[in-house]
Design a protein around this ligand. Structure first.
Ligand code: G3I
Length: 376
């Protein structure tokens, strides 16, 4: 590790040299992953796996913005837009399109040679209120034009969550499908239609069906696995152009898990001919020890056990976390909103709130080192 710090002082040296020659910093190549020590992205890439995390441009404007940017430059080869490409953000009003956040995220990725995952085109949640006032024909038109407009603006995005979270057992609808404007207007066919439009717009992009809550070894997880697998089979039978199945993998320590059993579920999907992506991995540590050191060790062990169980599946080609630093996690933000005065805060991710590596970072690195290389 000492070598790494020596390298970093070398980075400092370069920066001062740049200042002396008045070259714009961008013209000084950043230290390569090899020079600055093995990053998570570099270790994953050595095995043929694409590694990254969700990214929020709003975090760049925080006082810690430069540190936030640094860990992504260091570790992430691909960024998932956490907010900027959602319909709620892109279409605040029926006659308004706001690409400012997405354009900014794309610019950051371009500057740093990173890919972007487009999350998400069609979702029966987190939509602006105005779409609930549309008639079926207007919703169908919105679905098609939204997919066309957004994908055509960002041809550099090579992977899209075309449909997010189609399952919602709480709505008690046939197939346990999640209620929402698109289901109400088009029935289940909104899903296949979304993929057909996306394939027409960009025949070479990776088209992903992304789902949550399939992971746990309880009734909820079983319901999601059964419902989602049945949906995937129906979509395959109708020839929906889906390339990859995304499993979000928000691990919640309040639930029980059997990671080998979840891996068998993934293998069953892979056997249908789909690529797989772990799309939103994080560990909600709310049921773990209050002692920070102990909790960090327990979270690291969960990352180790989960990744050790799933990464041997060759169909998994992408692994993305849901943020990388504890205080930028949705779990942290939700905790602050729901428990403003609480001292204990979630620690779900590989970097702490000072952007220092935690045991989870090393557990992820070790799991990536140990995984078998992808066959193609
Ligand atoms: O930025 C505003 C802030 O200015 C305002 O004061 C605050 C008031 O509540 O809201 C803030 O925006 C919030 C935003 O996150 C940034 O924190 C939104 O209310 C909140 O709805 C939004 O939540 C996001 C959620 O998706 C809905 O878009 C979470 O950050 C994001 O992590 C979460 O991500 C989802 C995936 O898209 C799908 N899978 C599950 C995952 C976690 O829920």
């Amino acid at each position: 590790m000492r070598a790494r710090y020596l390298q970093l002082s070398r980075r400092g040296f370069i920066a001062s040299a740049v200042a002396a020659t008045a070259l714009p910093p961008a013209m000084v190549a950043p230290l390569s992953a090899a020079e600055s020590g093995p990053s998570l992205g570099a270790i994953a890439a050595s095995k043929g796996l694409l590694f990254g995390a969700s990214f929020s441009t709003a975090e760049l404007d925080q006082p810690y913005g430069p540190d936030y940017a640094r860990i992504y430059r260091d570790d992430a080869r691909v960024l998932t837009a956490e907010l900027e490409l959602k319909m709620l953000i892109l279409r605040p009003a029926a006659d308004t399109l706001d690409f400012s956040g997405a354009d900014r995220l794309m610019a950051f990725a371009r500057e740093n040679g990173q890919g972007v995952r487009g999350h998400t085109l069609i979702w029966n949640d987190n939509n602006p209120d105005w779409i609930n006032r549309l008639g079926p024909g207007e919703v169908e038109y919105l679905l098609e034009t939204h997919i066309e407009t957004v994908m055509e603006r960002y041809p550099d995005i090579r992977s899209w969550d075309v449909v997010n979270e189609p399952i919602g057992p709480w709505d008690q609808l046939p197939g346990n499908l999640r209620k929402g404007a698109f289901l109400t207007a088009l029935g289940e066919s909104y899903i296949a239609r979304s993929f057909e439009v996306a394939r027409r717009v960009d025949p070479t992009a990776e088209l992903v069906l992304n789902e949550a809550q399939t992971e746990s070894a309880d009734e909820n997880g079983q319901t999601f696995r059964d419902s989602f697998l049945a949906l995937v089979r129906r979509l395959k039978d109708r020839g929906a152009p889906i390339d990859t199945i995304g499993l979000q993998c928000h691990i919640d320590t309040k639930r029980p898990y059997d990671f080998p059993r979840f891996a068998a579920f993934l293998a069953e999907i892979a056997d249908m001919g789909y690529r797989l992506a772990i799309t939103e991995l994080d560990v909600n540590d709310r049921a773990l020890s209050s002692d920070i050191k102990a909790r960090d060790r327990e979270v690291a062990a969960i990352y180790r056990d989960f990744l050790g169980a799933v990464l041997p599946i060759d169909a998994i080609k992408t692994l993305t976390l849901w943020q990388m630093a504890d205080h930028t996690s949705w779990i942290y933000y939700d905790d602050v909103r729901e428990n403003p005065g609480r001292k204990r805060r979630p620690r779900p991710l590989p970097y702490d709130s000072k952007f220092q590596k935690k045991p989870a970072w090393f557990a992820i690195a070790e799991a990536l080192e140990a995984m078998p290389a992808r066959l193609k």
